[in-house]
Write a protein that binds this ligand. Structure first.
Ligand code: HSE
Length: 400
């Protein structure tokens, strides 16, 4: 019998307790041991819930209990999660977490402590909700050099963009629905401004290249400015707007970015809708693979956390090697990357836009007073220089 503790009885933490009980037999078979939740740490009490008998308010009770060998951290935020997780690892307990901020900021250090102590620091649920992506990157895609990881990494924004495009629902109504379904972060700015996806691409890029990618270095643009007018233009182009995270090797350099992107139907991410996430990985010999599934929500995320608990139990006393050094990876300037851009300007600036960008393609979505067009392939730097001369109402990067 393995005893574990769950830190945080919110959406994901309560999901973990439920998954462990619902799939008790299968989990026991796979872990080759029974797993029992001995403690649940939360500031609150839950008098109506049978979990109440396991609730503790003082972390030291858990940290000091030698019977607890695995800790699940589902509190979110960096503090005090970081201190708790660090102490647990130093005391020889494995930790499984869904906390992307903690992993993005302190992953390299926590993995190093886990290695020293012959325990495990596992974080499958930190990226892509229920989609297995961390374990495949660490353990399956090990024969290849990763050339690119691009994904729809935030369920809330994908849900919002899908609702806006399909049903003409307003941004705020779609966000409210995502919050009601338990997809959104406590502060939904983290979703809509791209910060959540930024942490996730920082984790994936760090794992792909084995070095520390600081999320503060990643250019991040969210979806809060996207309107129904932009959606009309996308429709006119036969395209969809998705919030994409990318980590890509160009020559000897790596660049990473989060931004809304126009995709056409040739792109495998085009039809990833609702709360679903998908992560596309390109290896130099493997070619392209894509991982797809529920990117947020109580049970998908809890299921990923419990898969880590099973892995931790199966590897008690052994560290599963993960290559992620604390050496900083200096990201390349996004200005060097070439692509096409969709741009909207006041219709009075049509001639100027044609002069500046040359071979442009007009997109007519029937919006009065607007001139919409796509540029030829140019670098971001070139785009920025030309755009300074115009009153750009919206620019959306294109992936076709
Ligand atoms: N708020 C996050 C999302 C939760 O919407 O994807 C999963 O990390």
């Amino acid at each position: 019998m393995i005893k574990i503790a769950v830190l945080g009885y919110g959406t994901v933490g309560s999901g973990v307790v439920e998954v462990l009980s619902t799939n008790y037999e299968k989990i026991t078979q796979r872990a080759r041991q029974e797993i029992e939740v001995k403690y649940v740490l939360d500031l609150r009490d839950f008098p109506e819930d049978p979990v109440q008998e396991k609730i503790v308010h003082d972390y030291s009770v858990i940290a000091k209990d030698p019977e607890v060998s695995v800790i699940v951290e589902t509190m979110g935020g960096v503090n005090p999660a970081y201190e708790f997780v660090k102490e647990a690892l130093e005391r020889g307990k494995s930790v499984c977490t869904s906390n992307k901020e903690l992993v993005a900021r302190h992953g390299a250090e926590l993995l190093e402590i886990a290695k020293e102590k012959k325990v495990n620091f596992l974080f499958e649920a930190s990226v892509g909700g229920g989609i297995p992506i961390i374990r495949p990157l660490n353990q399956s895609l090990t024969a290849d050099e990763i050339q690119e990881i691009t994904g729809i990494l935030n369920g809330t924004t994908n849900y919002i963009l899908t609702k806006m495009a399909r049903e003409g629902v307003s941004f705020s109504k779609a966000l409210k629905e995502a919050q009601e379904k338990g997809y959104a972060e406590r502060n939904p700015e983290a979703d809509v401004e791209g910060f959540d996806a930024c942490r996730k691409i920082a984790i994936l890029t760090s794992l792909a290249y084995g070095m520390q990618v600081d999320y503060e270095d990643i250019y991040t643009e969210g979806i809060s400015n996207i309107t129904d007018v932009d959606i009309s233009y996308a429709r006119e182009m036969g395209a969809s707007i998705k919030l994409l995270g990318t980590g890509r090797k160009v020559g000897q350099k790596v660049y990473a970015m989060i931004s809304p992107m126009l995709l056409n139907s040739d792109n495998p991410l085009f039809s990833v809708n609702d709360v679903f996430n998908a992560i596309f990985v390109r290896g130099n010999l493997l070619g392209d693979v894509m991982f797809y599934g529920a990117g947020a929500g109580k049970y998908p995320t809890a299921s990923a956390v419990v898969s880590d608990v099973v892995d931790a139990v199966k590897h008690l006393g052994t560290n599963i090697m993960t290559i992620w050094s604390s050496q900083k990876l200096e990201l390349a300037d996004k200005g060097e990357v070439s692509r096409r851009f969709f741009v909207r300007v006041p219709s009075a600036q049509e001639n100027k836009a044609r002069e500046l960008f040359g071979d442009i393609q007009e997109i007519d979505a029937g919006i009065l007073g607007d001139f919409g067009f796509t540029t030829p392939f140019i670098t971001e730097k070139e785009y920025e220089e030309k755009a300074k001369e115009l009153n750009v109402r919206r620019m959306i990067r294109m992936d076709f």
